[in-house]
Design a protein around this ligand. Sequence first.
Ligand code: SF4
Ligand code: SF4
Length: 86
Amino acid sequence: MSAVVNQERCVGCELCARACSSTHALSLDLERSWISVDDDLCWDCRACERICPFGAITIPAGLEPDMARRDALRVPRVAPADRIAT
Ligand code: SF4
Ligand code: SF4
């Protein structure tokens, strides 16, 4: 399960995408101007739900944040030294 977007309410402001910084599960669908969710990257943290001013993105009731999933998916803030080109 993951975040669900109400396409009639979403205005494509991308506030939620900024809040979803640990796994980058949200991206703007440029053709339709609404946000789309990559279900494989969402860990149900509800940050997007809390920040959306239009109530356009929600997490199904009863789901708790899956911390183990977050840790497995999280994009490192700093590239490991062995990946930095010299
Ligand atoms: S779901 Fe809400 S915060 Fe995200 S782009 Fe749509 S309107 Fe903006
Ligand atoms: S619930 Fe969390 S991980 Fe899932 S789309 Fe929203 S901010 Fe991103």
